[in-house]
Design a protein around this ligand. Structure first.
Ligand code: CTP
Length: 379
């Protein structure tokens, strides 16, 4: 569809970035990034005529996003400067908004463009040798200052390395290590750092990325720890498999061995929700406790299952007990619910109290059946 529009209205459109990279690697990517040379509004209105979705424009950047109703995204960029005064000897592509867009990218494999124009549809524009790097499975930056200019690229690179199974090209790797050693990760604004952390945790193998960060001595710039906790990988996989959407669990798992103060400060600095900070405090409290009191058991039974799983994985001595609380909760014991106690004539606060007592009885295996529960309540 876009292809027809280009010849009709004398507009050029190119797909760029991750979309082209993944297409050439035979992997799916639902986010289409395009650069438009010509009337961006026209393209948007044509897309909206064909498909359903909503448009968000960022006039200050000359970009727009279209989020289609099926969840796919199209990011559209155009250059703000449309005229260049350079000598006319440069080839067409080097004076275009496409050129401007490609030259400010992170890695050569992300700086490939594919024409979506009628006359040369599918043609790859490769200004930096990205095609060759794709076949060599290498990550190469476009210029020496790339990591210094934008240190989030250090994290993006490590993420791509793990995801694609690529390696850093030699000089790029040297510059990456230097940028880490010189503390450039400290320059990432807190907000962006948080976004990057979440992106890491959403990868299919975040453990791989985190291990690599550890190996490169980069963890302490990102988290309040220098080393990953013991058995981190296995624990994280369990949490991720059971609760794939809850990145907070992974966060707590990663920082489980930070000190209370450092962990709290870090969570606050990065503006994680209060609830996570509260859970971190609980985690630190229960982590080294040697036996659970009755009060602990009751308190823990009020906490969400996902957090109990995390806690059981990170508590040396009481891990099994905490797991047991979680399992009991999952099975929905006790049999008697608040409603049953109401029917039995109890009112108000005492009901909650009795339910807690029942939970304890189950925990210690002292009541097992509904009859036993009723007998206990009546007594
Ligand atoms: N980019 C960059 N420097 C950054 C962030 C992004 O050069 N700090 C460029 C990259 O070339 C990237 C493009 O912007 O290809 C789009 O960024 P994004 O959508 O975040 O990345 P994708 O490459 O599409 O990767 P992903 O598959 O992780 O979404």
């Amino acid at each position: 569809e876009l292809r027809k529009i280009t010849s009709q209205y004398n507009i050029s459109i190119y797909a760029i970035g991750g979309f082209v990279r993944d297409l050439l690697l035979g992997q799916s990517n639902f986010d289409l990034d395009i650069v438009v040379e010509g009337d961006i509004q026209l393209i948007i209105s044509k897309i909206m005529d064909k498909w359903e979705g909503k448009v968000i424009t960022h006039p200050q950047f000359g970009t727009s996003e279209i989020i289609l109703s099926d969840g796919k995204r199209i990011d559209i960029a155009t250059a703000r400067i449309e005229h260049y005064e350079e000598p006319g000897s440069l080839p067409k592509v080097e004076r275009s908004s496409l050129w401007l867009d490609l030259k400010r990218r992170d890695f050569t494999i992300n700086a490939l463009a594919m024409s979506l124009n009628e006359e040369n549809f599918g043609e790859i524009i490769d200004l930096y040798g990205g095609l060759e790097d794709l076949t060599r499975k290498e990550l190469r930056i476009l210029h020496n200052l790339s990591f210094v200019e934008d240190p989030t690229r250090i994290l993006r690179g490590i993420r791509l390395e793990a995801r694609l199974g690529f390696t850093f090209e030699e000089k790029t790797f040297k510059l990456l290590k230097e940028a880490i050693e010189n503390g450039f990760l400290n320059k990432i604004a807190k907000e962006r750092l948080k976004d990057e952390i979440i992106l890491i945790l959403q990868e299919s193998q975040p453990e791989k990325v985190l291990k690599r960060l550890e190996e490169l001595n980069a963890l302490s710039y990102i988290f309040p720890i220098r080393k990953l906790p013991k058995n981190f990988e296995k624990k994280n996989q369990i949490l991720k498999n059971e609760y794939p959407q809850k990145y907070e669990l992974q966060i707590l798992n990663i920082i489980s061995e930070a000190t209370l103060d450092e962990g709290k400060k870090w969570l606050q600095d990065l503006k994680f929700p209060q609830k996570i900070a509260y859970q971190f405090i609980l985690l630190k409290h229960y982590q080294n406790i040697s036996t659970l009191s009755e009060k602990d058991i009751i308190n823990l039974s009020d906490l969400p299952d996902d957090f109990l799983l995390l806690l059981s994985l990170n508590s040396k001595k009481t891990g099994k007990d905490i797991l047991r609380i979680r399992l009991l909760k999952e099975k929905g014991v006790p049999y008697l619910k608040g409603k049953d106690l109401l029917n039995m004539g109890f009112k108000g606060k005492i009901i909650g109290e009795l339910l807690k007592q029942l939970f304890l009885k189950h925990y210690y295996g002292e009541v097992k059946t509904r009859e036993e529960e009723e007998k206990f309540i009546k007594e």
